[in-house]
Design a protein around this ligand. Structure first.
Ligand code: HSE
Length: 440
C-alpha cells in the first residue's frame, strides 16, 4: 500500500483534532483512498511545549522551509489561523506544487479568489471546508451537489460564540460577560473575541458562502455588520413578547440584479428552525429555485468537528487529485448592494408615559412613508409608563430614521428607543395585529 506524506502548519485545537482523527480512523481512510496518510512534519512555534498528544520525535519543526524543501510532502494543511504568516505559507505551498487544505476563514474571505487562482495555475487543489461552520459539510455540498442549483438566499447562524452568549442570555438569564467568559473557557471564542461579538467572524463566513452560492465577489465595505454587544436582557424579553428570539443572523439574498448581505442581531420567529438552534451550534438555511429549502445544522467549532472537515478535505484531494473543484461563475450580472438602503422588517421598542399614549397617532407616525405597522403591543411597565413594541414591515433605513425622528418630536415622553431587524423568512401577507389595545 502506498503512502501520502502530509504536513500540518499549526498544532493547536484543530491540528490536534486532525492528528487524532487520522490516528483513530486510519483503517477507514486507507480503505477509502487505498493508501496510508502519514503526518510527516508539523510546524509549531515551540517544540518543547507540553501537548495533549504524543508525537514521534523529529516530526515537530519551527522551520517552514524544512517542510517546503521536503518534496515527499504532497499536501500542506494550514491550521494556524490569521493572516500572517499563513498567507505567505499558503502561496509558497501552492507555488511549489503542493495541494493545500485550510480552515482559515479570514484568509479565504479576503484572499480566496487570489489563492484559488494560484492553485489552478499550479494544477493543485485548495480546499477549505472547515473555514465555514467547522464540522457542517457545506462548502463541498454547495460546490458539488448544488453546483447547478440557482440559490436565491443563504442565511444562518455562522458564529458559535455569539449563539452561545445569546442562548445563555435567553434561556438562563445569564449576563453577556458571564456567557462570553464561558465561551472562552470552552475554547470556541476567538483569541480576541471582538471578532466574534462584533460580527466580523460571521461576516468572513458569509462572504465565503455568498461567493460560493452567487458566484460573485462582494465588497466587504458594503456589507452591513452589527455585533451583539448592545443586546440587552430587555431586548430579549421584549422580542419574546412578540414571539421572536434574537439571533446573530448572517444573510445574503438575491434581490433583482443585486445581492444584499448583512450580519446583524435579528429577531427570528420562535417557531422557525433557526430560533431553536441553541448553545454553540451553527445552522445554515439555503433556498434553491429547484431544490427548495435546505437546512444544515451542527457544530461550527471545536477540535473534532473542525478536524473532521479538514480530514475530509485531505481525503477528497487524495481521492480526486487531478480534478480540482471549480468555483461557480455567475451567469447574470449581479453586484453587491449596501444594506443601508435596502428594505427590511424592523422591531421598534420604547417606553412612554401612559397619558400621552395615542394609538392612532403612533401608527400614523410610522405609516407616513411606505412602512406599515404589522404588530403592536403595549406592556405596562410601571404605574405611569408602558413599553410599546412594534413590528414595522418593510421600511428602508431612510424611512425608518424619519419616522423615529418624528416619533420623538411628536411624543416628548418617548424614551429608550431601540431598533432591531426582523427576519420572517417568508413573504408574509399583510395582516395587522394590534394587541392589547383594550387596556389603553
Ligand atoms: N470563534 C468561532 C465561532 C470559531 O465561535 O464560531 C469557529 O469559526
Amino acid at each position: 500500500m502506498g503512502k501520502t506524506r502530509i504536513a500540518l502548519l499549526g498544532f493547536g485545537t484543530v491540528g490536534t483534532g486532525v492528528w487524532n482523527i487520522l490516528s483513530t480512523s486510519k483503517g477507514e481512510i486507507e480503505a477509502n483512498i487505498g493508501e496510508e496518510i502519514e503526518i510527516a512534519k508539523i510546524l509549531v512555534k515551540n517544540i518543547g511545549k507540553r501537548r495533549r498528544v504524543e508525537v514521534p520525535p523529529g516530526i515537530l519543526t519551527t522551520d517552514f522551509e524544512e517542510i517546503l524543501k521536503d518534496t515527499s510532502i504532497k499536501v500542506i494543511v494550514e491550521v494556524i489561523g490569521g493572516m500572517e504568516p499563513t498567507l505567505d505559507y499558503i502561496k509558497m505551498a501552492l507555488e511549489s506544487g503542493r495541494h493545500v487544505v485550510t480552515a482559515n476563514k479570514l484568509l479565504i474571505s479576503k484572499f480566496g479568489s487570489e489563492i484559488l487562482r494560484l492553485a489552478a495555475e499550479n494544477s493543485v487543489n485548495l480546499r477549505y471546508e472547515a473555514s465555514v461552520c467547522g464540522g457542517i459539510p457545506l462548502i463541498n455540498v454547495i460546490k458539488e451537489s448544488l453546483s447547478v442549483e440557482r440559490i436565491n438566499e443563504v442565511a444562518g447562524i455562522l458564529n458559535g460564540t455569539t449563539n452561545y452568549i445569546l442562548s445563555k442570555m435567553t434561556d438562563e438569564g445569564c449576563s453577556f460577560e458571564t456567557a462570553l467568559a464561558e465561551a472562552q473557557a470552552k475554547g470556541f471564542a476567538e483569541a480576541d473575541p471582538t471578532s466574534d461579538v462584533e460580527g466580523f467572524d460571521a461576516l468572513y463566513k458569509l462572504r465565503i458562502l455568498s461567493k460560493l452560492v452567487f458566484g460573485v465577489e462582494t465588497n466587504e465595505d458594503l456589507i452591513f455588520r452589527e455585533g451583539i454587544t448592545n443586546i440587552t436582557k430587555d431586548d430579549i424579553s421584549h422580542a419574546k413578547e412578540l414571539g421572536y428570539k434574537i439571533k446573530l443572523l448572517a444573510a445574503a439574498k438575491r434581490s433583482m440584479d443585486k445581492i444584499v448581505l448583512r450580519v446583524a442581531p435579528t429577531l427570528v420567529p420562535e417557531k422557525h428552525f433557526l430560533a431553536g438552534v441553541g448553545d454553540c451550534f451553527n445552522a445554515v438555511f439555503l433556498k434553491g429555485a429547484a431544490v427548495g429549502e435546505l437546512i444544515f445544522y451542527g457544530k461550527g467549532a471545536g477540535e473534532l468537528p473542525t478536524g473532521s472537515a479538514v480530514v475530509s478535505d485531505i481525503v477528497g484531494i487524495l481521492r480526486n487529485k487531478s480534478t480540482g473543484q471549480k468555483d461557480r461563475k455567475s451567469t447574470v450580472d449581479i453586484s453587491c448592494q449596501t444594506t443601508e438602503w435596502s428594505k427590511s422588517k424592523y422591531f421598534v421598542r420604547f417606553s412612554m408615559n401612559n397619558k400621552t399614549y395615542d394609538i392612532q397617532k403612533l401608527i400614523s407616525v410610522f405609516e407616513s412613508g411606505n412602512s406599515r405597522v404589522s404588530k403592536m403591543l403595549k406592556v405596562e411597565e410601571a404605574a405611569k409608563t408602558s413599553n410599546v413594541l412594534l413590528i414595522i414591515s418593510e421600511a428602508d433605513t431612510l424611512e425608518l430614521r424619519k419616522a423615529l425622528a418624528k416619533l420623538e418630536a411628536t411624543f416628548e415622553s418617548v424614551k429608550g428607543l431601540r431598533v432591531l431587524r426582523v427576519e420572517d423568512f417568508e413573504a408574509e401577507e399583510f395582516n395587522p395585529q394590534i394587541l392589547d389595545a383594550g387596556n389603553l
